[in-house]
Design a protein around this ligand. Structure first.
Ligand SMILES: Nc1nc2c(ncn2[C@@H]2O[C@H](COP(=O)(O)OP(=O)(O)OP(=O)(O)O)[C@@H](O)[C@H]2O)c(=O)[nH]1
Ligand SMILES: [Mg+2]
Length: 173
């Protein structure tokens, strides 16, 4: 029944911002979302999803690039934050970067999806444990969700994107 409505409505353009530390799996995730060859994706990609045109901005996560993240904050509809669940040594670093993002005025109240990525690895921390160690339950100023996934096998990616589509707020309209 929702389907009919979506088909009649003109396609809505949505801006998704994909952030996270280097090596988290952002570009691999984007590849899964768009089912295209990874080499053709820079730096933004359009993905069709249930009546939405998702414009996804995938910004590099290396420390020297992070100061440029702020250039992409404007008009973000959903923030997708990607974490390498097997990289325990950098949980604190990624937690601090996320905390800084949540303080940004331009990202205020923007829904947040956290992909607990690389769950295919034996060494991955389960999503619930990751959420606990990053104190995600303290986030109260926006809709948020942790989604376990593997950008490599695609497991969990669609579930995450379904949450994204459900939580899009049209801030521009
Ligand atoms: N096992 C496993 N490896 C993954 C997964 N996602 C990404 N990788 C690997 O992790 C490495 C980094 O992935 P990228 O997608 O390039 O990471 P990125 O977040 O775009 O990194 P930057 O562009 O440097 O910020 C690559 O070798 C990927 O193949 C996953 O779900 N499981
Ligand atoms: Mg990348």
């Amino acid at each position: 029944m929702n389907d009919l409505k979506l088909k009649q409505a003109p396609e809505q353009e949505v801006r998704l911002l994909l952030l996270g530390l280097d090596n988290a799996g952002k570009t691999t995730l984007l590849k899964q979302m768009s089912a295209e060859d990874i080499n053709h994706i820079t730096p933004t990609q359009s993905v069709q999803s249930s009546g939405f045109k998702l414009n996804v901005w995938d910004i590099g996560g290396q420390r020297k690039i992070r100061p440029y993240w702020r250039n992409y904050f404007e008009n973000t509809d959903v923030l997708i934050y990607v974490i390498d669940s097997s990289d325990r040594k950098r949980f604190e670093e990624t937690s601090l970067e996320l905390a800084e993002l949540l303080e940004e005025e331009k990202l205020a109240a923007v829904p947040l999806l956290i992909f607990a990525n690389k769950q295919d690895l034996m060494t991955a921390t389960p999503a619930s444990e990751l959420a606990e160690s990053l104190h995600l339950h303290t986030i109260r100023d926006r809709m948020w969700q942790v989604q376990a996934c593997s950008a490599l096998t695609a497991e969990g990616v669609q579930d995450g994107m379904t949450w994204v589509c459900r939580n899009i707020t049209f801030r521009k309209k």
